[in-house]
Design a protein around this ligand. Structure first.
Ligand SMILES: *Cc1c(COP(=O)(O)O)cnc(C)c1O
Length: 396
């Protein structure tokens, strides 16, 4: 087994080399260790491994060499001391939150959350006696006012889904720390390349690796990153004992996905910027939100906090649901799907899919109108994509 890449290398280099554990065969590509367990040279060695007196693997619910490579590559990329991989992004979010609280505690979260994250905060945690308060994440006063003596953690996602609002991570981290709480950031929409929550004061970063990290629509995965202490105190034992562990096969797919993350995400972000320019003044588009544009509602925070825009663009079609449906149905290249971060461009209508569970009033508060669509830009040529969108807008 050989060393991993230096932490000071550029992200492009880390994405290809960091965390590699080479076996005695000297393979070039990361090996897939599809094994549940490990054998020991002696009974004494087994005893020592269980006592943590000898390095090595014991069981793949705890750790696995292919999963370790994925965790180490993610940690190097994020600039985190430690990482733990999970089977899905939701396993990462649920473990990161549940690992920090017990009955009687309280958490504060931004209400603009991925639908399942909202379920965990609003419905799941309260069943175990953990109260939660949802705030408008863009309003710092609401975070301050939501704090209670028993507040343990703050949770937010930025840019938000699907409205692409940008929240001030540094300011929210300061409020959390002032209250003796931690901050967990779901960094899926900007990827580790464009936003570094740990440097801005967050204590924990979570990803759905299902999105840009795989990037080619193949497998689910997640990862939790933070300081060695945060991971040891809140995450390590919970994952080992409750088992939301990542499959080595999926870890291998995600490792190969990471190799091309920079190339894909930069290209998809450039394409999203091109699409935003092409649609912003279109007579059938009443509102367009793209974090890379000067007319974005939090453009000043974007400049301070993000290195680039996003692979996603949100826009509102004039004429509400009927027009948004006609538009989606007329697309030839862009496929209708609630997923994102894929090589294929995908479009979704949040009001009738991902956010249909919310009341119309709750949707309105989040800016999810009946005409809003969210486009995840893929790797197609931007000219083909823009043409597809413009032709479909005629049908809207
Ligand atoms: C997809 C997603 C999740 C959940 O990830 P899964 O891998 O689908 O479990 C959580 N947060 C955000 C922002 C997401 O986009």
């Amino acid at each position: 087994m050989s060393a991993s890449a230096k932490r000071s290398y550029h992200p492009e280099t880390q994405l290809v080399h960091a965390g590699v554990l080479r076996s005695q065969f000297g393979e070039t590509s990361e090996a897939l260790f599809l094994t549940q367990g490990y054998v020991y040279d002696s009974a004494l060695s087994a005893e020592k491994r269980f006592k943590n007196e000898e390095p090595g693997y014991q069981y793949s619910r705890f750790s696995n060499p292919t999963v370790s490579m994925f965790e180490q590559r993610m940690a190097a990329l994020e600039g985190a001391q430690a990482a733990r991989a999970t089977a899905t992004g939701m396993a990462a979010v649920t473990t990161a939150l549940m690992g920090q609280v017990k009955a009687g505690d309280h958490i504060v979260a931004s209400k603009a959350l991925f639908g399942s994250c909202l379920y965990v905060v609003e419905e799941h945690l309260p069943r175990y006696g953990v109260a939660s308060t949802l705030v408008d994440g863009t309003d710092l006063d609401q975070w301050r006012k939501a704090v209670r003596p028993n507040t343990k953690t703050f949770f937010l996602e930025t840019p938000t889904n699907p409205g692409l609002d940008v929240l001030d991570i540094k300011a929210v981290a300061e409020i959390a720390h002032g209250a003796g709480a931690t901050l967990v950031v779901d960094n899926v929409f900007s990827t580790p390349l464009f936003q570094r929550p740990l440097e801005l004061g967050a204590d924990c970063v979570v990803y759905s690796a299902t999105k840009h990290i795989d990037g080619q629509g193949r497998c689910l995965g997640g990862v939790i990153l933070g300081s060695e202490k945060f991971i040891q105190d809140h995450i390590h034992t919970l994952i080992r004992q409750t088992g939301p562990s990542l499959s080595p096969f999926n870890a291998w797919v995600l490792l190969k996905g990471l190799e091309t993350l920079c190339v894909r995400v930069r290209r998809q972000t450039d394409t999203a910027a091109t699409v935003a320019v092409a649609l912003s003044d279109h007579p059938k588009v009443s509102r367009l939100i793209y974090p890379g544009r000067p007319d974005h509602p939090q453009a000043e925070i974007v400049r301070r906090q993000m290195q680039a825009g996003s692979t996603l663009v949100a826009f509102e079609i004039k004429g509400g649901k009927a027009a948004a449906f006609r538009f989606q149905d007329a697309l030839k290249l862009v496929r209708i799907s609630n997923n994102l971060g894929d090589a294929k461009s995908l479009i979704t209508h949040p009001a009738t899919t991902t956010h249909q569970r919310l009341t119309p009033a709750a949707r309105a508060e989040l800016g999810i109108s009946d005409g809003l669509v969210r486009l995840s830009c893929g790797l197609e040529h931007p000219d083909d994509l823009v043409e597809d969108l413009l032709v479909a807008l005629k049908a809207a």
